[in-house]
Design a protein. Structure first.
Length: 278
């Protein structure tokens, strides 16, 4: 093996022209071809950078799509008025009602009464109501326990009705007011509390006058208005008989089924109105 290699080396040395030609070829490759390849490589790198830049720089649409934009919510605000708060007035509290206008002076085809004359007739009928006996005067409470309870609540809480008792002392009857309302004038026409009493009335009666006769005391203004209706109905005729039934309607006290001097009256008389809640 060694001998053969030496022979090859000798052959190469013997041919110097071949060696020179080989060196020249290598030099030419280094001078011309390698720069060309390097130039192509540089161009490839620039193209790669451009491609990278194109990939790294998204369009405006892509940017907007990529961002998390806040949701737009359209809100409508409606200012609602506060719900009205409804409270029931306790039975111990009196809420004065707005005054109810009295009937106008009676007008007929023959005569027109003045206010003074009409007021005199009202007072006369007010006095006659007090002197009618139980057979000639009948004022009946509303039928049904619920309606009666509503009537009593309205009268006590909204009109200032008072509760009392007739106490016998040495053969004389005296009125004891058990829930006095000083701001309300008392009617002289006392109503005996027939039938069952309310819980409040029972407590008052048992506490102060257990053996007395219970009575309800209407406001004077209500009985004066009743007398004004009677005066307008009778047109100067003396009052001899009266009967009617109390009714509650639209927070007002009314009289229905009215009979005056044995004659039926078709109208309904409104004795009191109030804005208070019962």
């Amino acid at each position: 093996m060694i001998i053969a290699d030496n022979q090859r080396l000798n052959n190469i040395v013997r041919k110097p022209s071949s060696l020179v030609a080989l060196v020249i070829c290598v030099w030419l490759l280094d001078v011309f071809l390698i720069p060309i390849f390097d130039s192509h490589n540089e161009n490839d790198k620039e193209n790669d950078i451009k491609v990278e830049n194109q990939v790294a720089t998204p369009s405006l649409d892509e940017e907007l799509m990529a961002k998390d934009l806040p949701n737009v919510v359209h809100s409508t605000y409606v200012n609602l008025p506060p719900a009205p708060v409804v409270k029931q007035a306790p039975s111990e509290t009196f809420v004065p009602s707005s005054p109810t206008p009295s009937p106008q002076p009676l007008k007929t085809s023959e005569v027109v009464y003045s206010e003074v004359e009409f007021s005199q007739r009202v007072e006369q009928n007010y006095q006659r109501l007090q002197h009618l006996d139980s057979n000639s005067l009948s004022l009946v409470l509303p039928e049904g326990e619920r309606e009666r309870s509503k009537f009593l609540q309205f009268m006590y809480s909204c009109q200032g009705m008072q509760f009392g008792a007739l106490v016998e002392n040495d053969g004389q009857s005296s009125l004891m007011v058990l829930n006095e309302v000083k701001s309300v004038g008392k009617s002289d026409l006392l109503r005996v509390a027939h039938g069952s009493l309310s819980a409040k009335e029972m407590r008052l009666l048992n506490a102060y006058a257990p053996n007395a006769l219970p009575v309800r005391i209407f406001p004077r203004q209500i009985d004066l208005r009743l007398s004004a209706f009677i005066a307008a109905q009778l047109d100067g005729e003396p009052l001899t008989q009266f009967q009617a039934v109390y009714a509650m309607a639209q927070n007002s006290l009314q009289l229905t089924d009215i009979v005056v001097n044995e004659r039926f009256v078709k109208q309904t008389w409104v004795l009191a109105k109030s804005n208070c809640i019962v």
